[in-house]
Design a protein around this ligand. Structure first.
Ligand code: NAG
Ligand code: NAG
Length: 485
């Protein structure tokens, strides 16, 4: 090859200089996945009071690259609840470290759960479940340490008088189980606030605190200070802030860096920011992982139109009955204008993309605003634009209105938020749902994961559910076989 070709020469040099001394990891700085190495493991994982799932990977490993989207999704789902971390075993300084964990193939996933004794070593177990966000999230949630006391009427006096000068937080709930969010609060405030939960049926306790609606979070700052009733949304950041009145939360990771846990910034309604909150320190100290996998998305090609429903009974059967799961409905004029075309085009693209990836997603339908039943729906929902996209869930009696531009990206992030059960849900007005008329095939109930069961908000309009039951039903699993190390 002639060096007279400057372009090729430059490329060759660039390639040479790019030959890794430090190989670029799969996860970039902005990834919600925490990057851990031999040096930072102790501080970020071993000393953390949080459970951490660790992926041991090599950048060249195809299964590792395939896992990335699901793993990042798991990281987002688990934000604030547990840590999702990755170790690049291809880096020289991590090789021995990965060896110590008995890593023999990539990716290897392990879950490190803090020992219950302070300062003890974490218990590390293999994760061999499905390589999907849901599989990982479920397994990790299952391994979050539980420091939440369940208090009954009988124990109440005892609970209130133990360490009676220290702060206590009580979640009054209809549920008998302890959800991940409450567990995570107990971890944040370990040794700072005693966290407990009391069921609604404990009459004496509920009466003592005058609790009448659920869930209700009460903070007893300790001593003679009066109890405080939380009146915000059941969302982690806001709850941490509320509880912080009684004492500062613990840092997420161990000392070494005096970077005490930055108060997790208020997640505005936008979900893009929460991805970042997690990476914080890790990204800072970690190797710059620069390799982005250039993923050629060819979603747009030949997406078939989403089905239109014009029959009232069909709409009831699919989406508007007390058993129906989530549906996305594009309410458009039957003579599509430009806006309608745009909305329908974006939805078709998304539906197609998911179908191609064999991912299960709720159905999308086009419905026509001039149809009498649709007009009635539009009226009850008080939606006003010529083209509206709404999500309805008959079974859970909520709906959501899409707001934003009609690009597929923007709609997709809204849909993702629904899948994760993030964002604002409104209560379906009475009369929107009808019973299905004579149909022998019962709607197959979707399997929904309930991670954060008891904290589900009762659905006043402005509230956002912290329940994660939407988690994700997709088989993003990659083959379970391992690459060679
Ligand atoms: C706290 O406990 C001590 C000792 O049991 C008791 O004397 C004190 O009255 C208690 N204070 C409150 C506010 O209950
Ligand atoms: C973990 O919990 C202990 C209390 O048991 C607390 O002192 C510590 O700050 C917490 N966080 C870390 C990173 O150790």
């Amino acid at each position: 090859m002639h060096t007279s070709n400057p372009t090729l020469a430059t490329v060759a040099v660039a390639l040479l200089s790019a030959l890794p001394t430090v190989s670029a990891g799969i996860y970039t700085k902005n990834s919600p996945v925490l990057q851990v190495d031999a040096k930072s493991y102790d501080r970020l994982v071993a000393k953390s009071n949080y459970t951490t799932v660790l992926e041991f990977y090599a950048p060249w490993c195809g299964h590792c690259q395939n896992l990335k989207p699901a793993y990042e999704k798991a990281a987002k789902n688990l934000d604030g609840l547990a840590q999702v971390a990755a170790v690049n075993c291809d880096e020289d300084e991590n090789k021995a470290f990965c060896g110590q964990f008995g890593v023999q193939g990539f990716p290897t996933l392990k879950i490190a759960r803090p020992g219950k004794k302070a300062g003890g070593k974490p218990v590390v177990e293999d994760y061999n479940g499905p390589r999907s966000a849901k599989g990982i999230v479920d397994a990790v949630v299952d391994k979050i340490n539980n420091y939440v006391q369940r208090v009954t009427d009988k124990d109440l006096d005892g609970f209130l008088s133990t360490r009676n000068d220290s702060a206590k937080a009580i979640l009054f709930t209809e549920k008998g189980t302890t959800g991940a969010l409450l567990k995570s609060l107990a971890i944040d405030f370990l040794d700072v606030i005693q966290v407990a939960q009391i069921r609604n049926k404990e009459a004496k306790a509920n009466a003592l605190f005058g609790v009448a609606s659920y869930p209700a979070l009460v903070l007893l700052p300790g001593g003679d200070k009066p109890g405080l009733l939380y009146d915000g949304e059941m969302k982690k950041d806001a709850m941490v802030k509320f509880l912080s009145q009684a004492g500062a939360p613990n840092p997420v990771s161990g000392p070494a860096k005096p970077k005490a846990k930055k108060e997790k910034k208020e997640k505005a309604s936008s979900k893009s920011s929460d991805a970042k909150s997690k990476t914080k320190e890790a990204a800072k100290e970690e190797t710059t992982a620069s390799a982005e996998t250039p993923k050629a998305t060819k979603a747009a090609e030949a997406a078939p139109a989403i089905p239109a429903i014009t029959e009232p009974s069909k709409l009831i059967k699919e989406c508007l009955n007390p058993k129906s799961g989530t549906c996305i409905l594009a309410v458009v004029p039957s003579a599509h204008g430009e806006t309608a075309e745009k909305a329908l085009g974006s939805l078709s693209e998304l539906a197609h993309k998911h179908a191609e990836a064999k991912r299960h997603l709720f159905p999308f339908y086009e419905i026509h605003s001039a149809d009498a039943n649709v007009a009635a729906l539009v009226k009850s929902l008080e939606i006003t634009k010529e083209v509206e996209i709404v999500a309805v869930n008959g079974k859970r009696k909520w709906w959501r209105q899409y707001e934003g531009d009609l690009s597929s990206e923007s709609i997709e992030s809204w849909i993702d938020a629904i899948r994760l059960s993030e964002g604002t849900k409104k209560k379906l007005p009475a009369g929107v749902l009808s019973e299905v008329v004579a149909d022998e095939t019962p709607q197959v109930e979707k399997v929904e994961v309930k991670i954060e069961d008891e904290i589900k908000v009762e659905v006043p309009t402005e509230s956002e559910s912290t329940s994660w039951q939407g988690a994700e039903p997709t088989p993003e699993a990659t083959a379970a076989e391992h690459d060679e190390l």
